[in-house]
Design a protein around this ligand. Structure first.
Ligand SMILES: Cc1ncc(COP(=O)(O)O)c(C=O)c1O
Length: 402
């Protein structure tokens, strides 16, 4: 008689990413020879800076070994240079933990601040992978709703405080926001700092899109308030979007809280190190000319404008003007956006082309939300964005089950 070992019951609770779960349908469409415009995932087509690629061309270290658990000293120095250049000169390398992607930084921060069953307040729609990091760390995400009529800005202090319970340990924000494109004002960040201070909560700020704010908006980093709440503030960062380095899996966790730093270093020691080659590439950030970031910034703002103007002209489509990052949550005149997104890949063709966008339900922690919304990432060139808007317009005009 044979017995089988069952998988854990918690495994089933890890949600599939709404960004990736329709991929098999896209793959099938491509096998048929259909061109698919990918606006479903934030994997930009912008080129990585040349000075970073040169590291690969010139590589001569053999073997490629482990690096230090806190991070490669050269990369840590480069990150310190970057933060000092932003004006946060109080930081030292000892306040930085290098992580394998911003993803690991977020996961480490949840583990470091919460016990199993604790609650973390965040704002919906949210970066969908927060849901999986929360499940993996046994944390409950509690979403406070933001809506398109206010440009997805934060609700007032009373509403936020009403969501705090005995189990609440932290507030997690994403600024500039993925998926809404909202950039929080200085007053909004101030309000969150005050709440964190008064209620004794951690404040975790995911700032992986820090450089991407449009129309002259300033980015208000939590680093600005870090010395005021040294034990509660944690900043989460990534190389992926800043230098088009998604495949270089590197991020940072930055805090003045020594206990958190000691703990996350212990976790980092357990997983040995982040990539040696990755850190050598990213350490070149000090040599990236300012003109690179200026060009990239201009390009994203142009893409935002083309997408915004294009979508606004489609009847029934609701889109607040994105203020930053390279995403937007768009209301569509459909009852079930997941069905619509799948139908785009399985049934809709125009000149043998279609597009892939992400149904928004998975960007909410509250079940039932986002059913008529999608998230669009404007990570393709302007011509592809124009064509994608055209495809969406045509698709909505013939979609059978509205
Ligand atoms: C808001 C946000 N945080 C974190 C990440 C993770 O980035 P990384 O590639 O560094 O793991 C992403 C990636 O899309 C993101 O959008």
């Amino acid at each position: 008689m044979s017995t089988t070992t069952g998988v854990s019951s918690r495994l089933a609770n890890v949600p599939a990413s709404p960004i990736r779960k329709l991929v098999p349908f896209a793959t099938a469409a491509k096998k048929e020879g259909v061109h698919v415009y990918h606006l479903n995932i934030g994997d930009p087509d912008i080129k990585t800076p040349d000075v970073m690629l040169e590291v690969l061309h010139d590589w001569d270290k053999n073997p490629i070994g482990y690096d230090q658990s806190q991070g490669n000293p050269g990369f840590l120095d480069a990150m310190l240079w970057y933060y000092h250049r932003l004006g946060f000169t109080f930081l030292e390398t000892s306040h930085i933990q290098v992580t394998t992607g911003g993803s690991e930084a977020i996961s480490m921060a949840l583990f470091a601040t919460c016990n199993p069953g604790d609650e973390v307040l965040t704002f919906e729609p949210l970066y969908t992978n927060y849901n999986s990091y929360a499940v993996v760390n046994g944390v409950t995400l509690k979403g406070i709703l933001t809506t398109s009529d206010t440009g997805f800005h934060l609700p007032d202090r009373k509403t936020i405080e009403a969501a705090i319970t005995d189990r609440t340990k932290a507030i997690l924000i994403c600024n500039p926001n993925n998926p809404t494109g909202t950039v929080y004002s200085a007053d909004e960040i101030r309000m969150l700092v005050d709440i964190a201070k008064e209620k004794g909560l951690f404040l975790l700020s995911d700032e992986v899109y820090r450089e991407y704010t449009y129309d002259g908006r300033e980015h208000v980093s939590l680093l600005r308030f870090m010395q005021e709440i040294p034990d509660s503030a944690i900043v989460l960062d990534s190389m992926s979007k800043r230098y088009s380095l998604c495949g270089v899996r590197l991020g940072t966790l930055v805090t003045l809280n020594k206990e958190v730093l000691r703990g996350v270093l212990a976790i980092a020691q357990g997983r040995l190190s982040s990539g040696l080659v990755d850190q050598a590439i990213a350490a070149k950030l000090v040599d990236v000319p300012d003109s690179y970031m200026e060009e990239v910034h201009k390009e994203y703002m142009n893409r935002r404008d083309v997408l915004y103007e294009g979508l606004r002209s489609i009847p029934g489509v609701v889109i607040p003007k994105p203020e930053g990052a390279f995403y937007t949550i768009v209301g569509l005149p459909v009852a079930d956006s997941e069905h619509f997104c799948q139908w785009l890949l399985t049934d809709f063709r125009d000149n043998n082309e279609t597009l892939m966008i992400a149904p928004a339900a998975g960007f909410y922690a509250t079940p039932g939300m986002g059913k008529n919304e999608v998230r669009i990432a404007y990570v393709l060139n302007i011509a592809s964005i124009r064509r994608s808007v055209e495809l969406l317009k045509k698709a909505l005009s013939i979609y059978p089950s509205k």
